[in-house]
Design a protein around this ligand. Sequence first.
Ligand SMILES: C[S@@+](CC[C@H](N)C(=O)[O-])C[C@H]1O[C@@H](n2cnc3c(N)ncnc32)[C@H](O)[C@@H]1O
Length: 185
Amino acid sequence: MSASVVLVVTEDEELLAHYVRCGAEAWNVSLEAAWLDFEMRAWVQLRLPARRPLDVCNIGIGVGTWDDWLGHVLDLSIVSVDRDPGVCRVFELRQRRERHPHPATVVCVDVLDGMLGRQRFDLVISVGSTLREAGDRSQFLRMSRASVRPGGVLLLAEVGMGASPEAETVKRLGDLWLACTSFNE
Ligand SMILES: C[S@@+](CC[C@H](N)C(=O)[O-])C[C@H]1O[C@@H](n2cnc3c(N)ncnc32)[C@H](O)[C@@H]1O
């Protein structure tokens, strides 16, 4: 007979583990991360439509501070998408516990599999390492563009070690580059 152990992790324990993990990561407090964050926000902020209502979707949550910022700067609740169920759970929980004024609607799905079905947005955004992590760049672009409604825009800010040829804005800090492109649909 085998004994089974059920480990119960409380919300507090899960959140504490998240904060400790993020705090221990040297990259999160690096000059490069601060530079990227500034450049990406500055580029995106100039392109945020002023009109309301506005349906906005961000692809790739990760730590989630980018989604936090979008909710604040747009003063509305966005749709946040990530394929990792753990990332989605902790982000939803953290925004609730931190009392974000516009908590996101979190959707756990792989964008390469068709993302949000028939749902369409005025603005779709993806920044940082998401595109590189996604694997299939052209499928990612196809699926992201398909979820922008006519007249809407897709904003991409890619990070890596070489510029993408179609990028409209490329910035560099040493070996690190940031390539920003907008697609008007
Ligand atoms: C490292 S994070 C970066 C996120 C954030 N935009 C930033 O710059 O801080 C990348 C996230 O994208 C998610 N991701 C990667 N490929 C994806 C895909 N095909 N569909 C949905 N989420 C994806 C990963 O699970 C991960 O949480």
